[in-house]
Design a protein around this ligand. Structure first.
Ligand code: SF4
Length: 561
């Protein structure tokens, strides 16, 4: 065997992997191993099937066949490979936002802050026009001016996303110009994420930092369980929780925003192990969006007699009736599945989740930086990727950074992975952090853990925190020692997110490497050209390295800042 990799660092998941192997139940890791060796050529980004004359490649070895039939050369092919990911990712944020806004406009609930919600709906409608939204005005003027000068200010969905998507269809723009279009598209995704975050608080109220339990041990043995998978309208989640109340039905989540006030949905696991909850036998019904949900769930669920209800279907009907139907189905399924054995390992971890820029004292963080108490700030993001041992990269990198007194914030599935290993548990803070960082975290309030979760990737907790830092510190974001890291990335939304983080002036590391490596020019543009335009690089690292080396790179970036 020439490829051996531990599948997961999570012992609870490992417990079920042995069972899956014995029973020959195919999981994501089996499909990955079955796909090896993966096509090294496709990883270069030098292939294209954007039209029906192709598919084409830029041949890496022959002297002829270097350009596609239409004339796309290797640099254009690679930049298009990047654009495809960014556009798909930015559309993900817009899709979530338009769903949510549609429900608000349809009067699905009564917003807590009605005037603010009405204003935000106007802003969202404005995105279809000139994109002149108030949220983008929250960015420092110098950054906005820089984006405008580069031509990448997100001036509406048509001008940003429709146009960039058409770059794939043809045109004679050079590589740098085309790359800038990708950043423009990414910033449109950023605007959508900010609007979603603000609309959520206007409608449901603020989320306070909350003690949440994570991992499979949170599943109850003796109650019907509905698991919410992926991203879909928060109104539907709220209505499902409303219906479950008083009926002793537990509603929990996987790869979904854990907070829709007043409800919270315990994260049962994170992206890489999303198939595993079924194996406990304790899931009675799955309600699944599209984003972040593996299609394999539908087939696997049949083994445990679990129905998977998709939310993103045509003619779904009204939200309240759908939610009622879901809870009724869960109750029936619980009765019908009484013979199915429930194997719930007694392993779970507590963590404080759901911080927001409003409840982090940015002034103390800024002072901590200027006094040298903390050496920098690291943003930890991304989900899991089967190419890496699940959770190992992000948890190990976080531990290295925390020991070095680097203030760590996280979001989404990255937070769930970190929570599983105690890094969101305040009781474990002092053991995880350097003394100076621990003291700073203690000064931020009661129960502040080693890593601060800034909420779901649906919302803009991290961006809001950065904006507060810039405002309190009275200097551009790029002048702070901040680095972003996606150690186990897989979603296109993460690519868009990484791109807009670079556009804000934050050096960003992304693993696995992006499929652009066939063009040295694109690799260099994502570093040198981005550094010149935004003051930060997007690093494409192809060399294999362990987490200590990765952490060293991150620390080195902070020193340069
Ligand atoms: S767009 Fe150009 S490179 Fe791509 S498949 Fe068509 S002809 Fe080939």
């Amino acid at each position: 065997m020439d490829f051996v990799q531990r599948k997961t660092a999570d012992s609870v998941v490992d417990h079920f992997l042995k069972e899956a192997a014995e029973k020959e139940i195919p999981l994501v890791w089996d499909r990955y191993e079955g796909s090896l060796p993966q096509c090294g050529f496709c990883e270069t980004g030098l292939n294209c099937r954007d039209c029906l004359q192709g598919p084409c490649i830029s041949h890496p070895f022959k002297d002829q066949n270097k350009v596609g039939i239409c004339g796309k050369d290797k640099d254009i092919l690679a930049v298009h490979s990047f654009i495809r990911l960014v556009v798909q990712g930015a559309m993900g944020y817009l899709d979530q936002l338009t769903d949510f806004a549609k429900d608000v406009e349809a009067g699905e609930g009564s917003p807590k802050r009605k005037q603010e919600a009405v204003k935000l709906i106007k802003d969202i409608q404005g995105m279809w026009g000139d994109g002149n939204t108030d949220v983008m005005k929250k960015f420092p003027k110098a950054l906005i001016d820089g984006w405008k000068a580069a031509g990448i200010y997100p001036d509406g969905i048509g001008s940003a996303l429709f146009k960039v998507s058409q770059k794939l269809d043809g045109g004679v723009g050079n590589v740098e110009e085309t790359l800038l279009w990708a950043f423009k598209g990414a910033l449109m995704g950023c605007a959508a994420q900010m609007l979603q975050g603000r609309l959520k608080t206007a409608v449901f109220g603020d989320t306070a930092p909350t003690n949440v339990e994570v991992n499979l041990g949170v599943l109850p043995k003796d109650l019907p369980v509905v698991l919410l998978y992926g991203h879909f309208s928060p109104f539907l989640k709220q209505k499902i929780a409303d219906e479950a109340k008083g009926k002793k039905v537990k509603v929990m989540g996987v790869c979904t925003d854990p907070f829709v006030p007043p409800y919270s949905f315990s994260p049962v696991t994170n992206y890489g192990s999303q198939e595993i909850p079924l194996m406990t036998g304790a899931v009675d019904l799955i309600v699944a969006g599209d984003q972040c949900v593996n299609p394999s769930l539908a087939e696997l669920a049949k083994i445990w007699k679990v129905e998977v209800v998709p939310t993103e279907v045509l003619n779904r009907g009204d939200v309240s009736s759908f939610a009622r139907e879901i809870i009724g189905m869960a109750q029936e399924a619980f009765k019908a599945r009484s013979e199915v054995a429930r194997d719930i390992p007694n392993i779970k971890e507590s963590g404080i989740m759901g911080f927001s820029a409003k409840n982090i004292h940015a002034d103390k963080v800024v002072k901590g930086l200027s006094d040298g108490k903390i050496k920098g700030i690291a943003i930890l993001a991304g989900c899991n990727n089967v190419k890496f041992t699940q959770d190992q990269e992000i948890v190990s990198i976080a531990r290295e950074l925390l020991k070095k007194d680097i203030f760590c914030v996280s979001e989404g599935c990255a937070s769930v992975g970190l929570a599983k290993f105690g890094l969101l548990n305040p009781k474990q803070r002092d053991a995880s952090c350097g003394k100076r960082l621990s003291a700073l975290l203690a000064s931020l309030g009661k129960n502040v853990p080693a890593v601060i979760d800034l909420g779901s990737c649906e919302n803009s907790g991290v961006t809001d925190f950065l904006l507060n830092m810039a405002s309190v510190g009275k200097k551009p974001i790029k002048e702070f020692p901040i680095v972003a890291c996606f150690p186990e990335a897989n979603r296109t939304k993460a690519v868009a997110r990484a791109a807009w983080t670079v556009a804000m002036g934050i050096p960003t590391y992304f693993w696995p490497f992006l499929p652009v490596t066939g063009s040295q020019k694109i690799i260099e543009s994502l570093s040198g050209f981005c550094l010149e335009k935004f003051g930060a690089k997007l690093y494409v690292i192809t060399e294999k390295m362990d987490y200590t080396k990765k952490a060293e790179l991150l620390v080195k970036s902070l020193k340069k800042a």
